[in-house]
Design a protein around this ligand. Sequence first.
Ligand code: KIV
Length: 349
Amino acid sequence: MTPGKGFSKLRTVRRLSPNVPFASIIPPASSNNCKQTRTGSIRRVCGGALEDTVSLTPIGEPRHKITTATLREKKFHHEPITCLTAYDYATARLVDEAGIDIALVGDSLAMTMLGYENTLSVTVDEMLHHVKAVRRGVKDALLIADMPYGSYQVDPGVAILNATRFVKEGGAEAVKMEGGEKRAEVIRRVIEAEIPVAGHIGLTPQSVNVMGGYKVQGKTLNAIEQLMRDAVALDRAGVCCIYLEGIPREVAAMIMAEVETPTIGIGAGPDCDGQVLVFHDLVNLTFGHAAKFVRRYGDAAGLITQSLLAFKADVISHQFPNDAESYHLPKETQAALETVLHRKQAMQR
Ligand code: KIV
């Protein structure tokens, strides 16, 4: 790869020299001019005036809410960011309670949950149905909703309206859009409408027909140059994070060196600021061949199948339900019932 003219032009102007950490110019909470309030928020004395870092957390309820700011902080402190897809209340509870940073309602649900062949046919309304369910299950994780194919490509106004639905109706805290340079303008417009946007470049599944299949991207010099342009365009547009999917780890590392936005990899090697996997891949619920980058941490399909077969066998052999699994009449009702039945029998004789 020749990092020639194109690349040097792309290089962003660093806001601070890498040798000057932000922490050294921002007084820590423990310094003289800061006071911790009862709510846990920081009250900072600035130029004689009191300024509150506003906290919406109710008193006495400590939370570890992940926000888009947390992602930047994690990157700054070199703490890896964790992300998993969540598609319904149950998976959202599990992801959130495991302390995963981001619950992503990915449009991969088109395949994993709805059985479509690819992600192209899922609609905003279908996505919203799932986002609302995930919202009810997620407490601390940052909730990002995928904008489905066709909901943001046509017109920035339509994109803003659709993104707004994910926030207002679905309770999403950010939306995700696929594409780099060519999406920078619409992404900027959505961010201007106060909606954080996550970028997604590399192997973008909504481009499956253009790519001619799910193929690793960024394998030629031209493709690398385009990926670098895409990453820088998203960085400049102000996205809250960039998902890097299906690219060589060497290219991911180059992008990392070029952008300040946190990167979250899936099939992009270990050098990203964070990693994401599809929930169903992680626990083996996908019914097929897994991609090279997938690590199966459990076998939910095996566990569920075993349970289903055991249930079927117990019903067939009359072992389910047993007496302990049945409801019983209260003692008084039982006694009264027996008296009634005796009387009936006596009358019949
Ligand atoms: O839809 C999805 O699950 C995604 C992740 C794989 C990043 O976009």
